[in-house]
Ligand binder design. Sequence first.
Ligand code: G4P
Length: 527
Amino acid sequence: MSKTLGTELSKEVSKRRTFAIISHPDAGKTTLTEKLLLFGGAIRLAGTVKGRKAGKFATSDWMEIEKQRGISVTSSVMQFDYQGKRINILDTPGHQDFSEDTYRTLTAADCAVMLIDSAKGVEAQTKKLFQVCRMRGIPIFTFINKLDREGRDPFELLEELEEVLGIRSYPMNWPIGQGRSLRGVYDRLQSQMELFQGDDHSAIALRPVEGYDDPAVIETAGDDLYPKLREDLELLEVAGDEFDLEKVSRGELTPVFFGSAINNFGVQTFLENFLLLAPEPAPRKSTAGEIDPSESKFSGYVFKIQANMNPAHRDRVAFLRIVSGKFSRGMAVKHVRVGKEIKLSQPQQFLAQDRDIVEEAFPGDIIGLFDPGIFRIGDTLSERSDIEFDELPTFSPELFSKVVVKNALKHKQYQKGVDQLTEEGTIQVFKTTGFEDTILGVVGQLQFEVFEYRMKNEYNVDIELQRQPYQFARWVVGENVDPGKFRVNSQLCLDKKGNFVALFDSEYAMRAAMEKNPSITFLETAP
Ligand code: G4P
């Protein structure tokens, strides 16, 4: 490697921070994202991040179906600079548009920000997304939002993190009041206060203090709040976890920040602390061992494919996470799976609808590549031909439908569509053992709608989807899998690689099957 490239590369790698925000709908992800982008000035280019209920045009509304529903179907990537760092936020679709893409996007992040509504605590979707992050062992930072509303007791929220998610926490700041009596937060590590100023968001009000005995803290909290504040902070000192960056890095301890995104309160201090603690782009596992970002040879993998981003063209875009080396426009790389060399001439960055052409990019960055149909999820592109990144996990679907083709003459077209849409990761396909019915599995309802829509519009095939009662899928692995044992409230199928997958009506049915088959392993992701 030339010395100049080595220095440039390590400088660029150390600048990058790539993360995703995980939350349940309505916790305030859009609001927080907007505020974060505002610090880097990017929002002025981007307009609003997502279509609001008021009907403002959504920046990521590309597909027709997105427009119809006024939501964003697929995750996009936002980039901004702040205090010398280059930050990539991966958007994780959350509302009705929750899908397997949401999970896959998390595999491209180096850490996650878990956003929680202070009145609601840990909700269903947060739990699912958390588990995917946990599987990867990435650092998780927690922002507890809506402190300006009457919420739950902070201790109760921390307990919930531990009980429901099994993660210990370290509160970086602590609320001085809540709801109508919110006065600020006390920053435990920096020994300062951030004062709540209601609607005035012009500048944040920071006041350095000497510990929580400081007269300024006593005065701000007042007679009504100070005794409790002091008691809480003492309790945290005695009984709380110690701050331990190693544990944070392994995803065992989550730094917790309290704030109110809509009031821009606690957001800037969160961002600054987050940037100090968040990891640089991490290595990724490959057939040639771990590939480090500092390796001079460019490499990356496709984690998501999106069709029809521009309705004027039938193009697909493959999203590539750069793992190592420097990307320059026009460079030639190996498409390892097909063993061909390709030229990356029109890569795009994703911020709003204006898709800028990227001239260069570095590990941690995400680029979008025009895809004439040559990429699959998990594909490796590299200047080396001898590496392939580990396959992305196939996540267990939760909704199932049987497919019936209305016109039997269209069967060939239908098969082509199914093959292609499975490759793109729009749906998973299972064949029942015995009757060989086709069952589609998805994580979110929207995937069915996208499938039906695209079958009709791109392949000219009308289909009927018949919802099935199953709720859980588990890959079953063992010496002698006996289909006879999966007949009650369950269905044994084969996935596209020929692995056995059992679909269950209920958790009860699943537990029963597990008990009946002690020699079999039941996996939540494909083997
Ligand atoms: P999401 O992307 O996670 O689904 O959440 P979003 O940001 O759209 O926020 C959901 C609702 O919560 C919005 O209100 C938003 O204004 C509100 N919100 C976000 N942060 C805070 C906060 O710190 N405090 C309070 N009190 N509310 C907050 P909405 O009425 O549903 O939508 P809108 O009409 O304001 O857009």
